[in-house]
Design a protein around this ligand. Sequence first.
Ligand code: FES
Length: 320
Amino acid sequence: MLERILTVRVARIARQTPEILSFEFTHPLGRALPAYQAGAHIDVHTPGGFMRQYSLAQDGGDAAPLSYLIGVKREGASRGGSAAMHERVREGDLVPISAPRNTFPVQAAARRHLLLAGGIGMTPLLAMAQSLARSGADFTLCLFARSEEHLAFAEALRAPALAPHVRLHLDREGAGQKIDLRALLAEPAADTHLYVCGPAGFMDAVRQAAAHWPEDALHAEYFAAPADAGGATGKPFVLKLAQRGITVPVAADQSAVDALHGVGIDIPVSCQQGLCGTCVVAGEGAGAEHRDFCLTRSERSHKIALCCARAVGEELVLDL
Ligand code: FES
């Protein structure tokens, strides 16, 4: 079950802010790329052997798109991936990527959508906003940035279809350019869904301000597992593979996916932090201690992210 790798050409690199570059990828032969829905991300295999997930920053439309757009912030504490993208990737290069995956979709049934983006976390939400504008939906895109200079994709935000729906919070500006999160989220409105993406401090602030919102109305895309995440280790348990009729023991210091790899069952993995959805398989979710950040409450009844989930009791039943 190896993931399909696509090779794309870097058609354009543009500076968006002092720390953010955008990369536009196209098919090397000019063909269409696999279709996706707003909120999707791709894995990018960067020079130096790193693999990083980046959200697609433009609405893919209804047809297969001719390009993918991502934004890459150069992290001060880069583990190598963002630095490699900034320093070693040039226009014309060929880059391996995964097909798009979406663990952060627009909720079609919602009557209203409130999109909250911190810094580079705007990328999936910009695509969602464009998609919502195209369908005439009721939405607001709230962007939190240090200053106008640190606001990426400013041109897209000025588009006539989007501009009336955009609210800005600029840390370095006066009170007129501030959004009070607590006031904004004080009253959960019926049928309103909240989508949030940004750095850890921003995610925490939104989670606290929206603590009284119904859990199913809150959708989050994390860059990294929060500091209080459960990790992948814990009590030993047994994986029961229903289709194969076998059991696989998982040691206390081992993840379920590592145990499966150990017996030759190839489950694809990417982030290994419960963020990207690559390792998700079908199974009896009620028996799982879910530790991911990509499955919704209803998906957790029948899906399990194996890089981090453990069994509530002695065993976890998988549809494998
Ligand atoms: S590998 Fe990303 S969620 Fe498990």
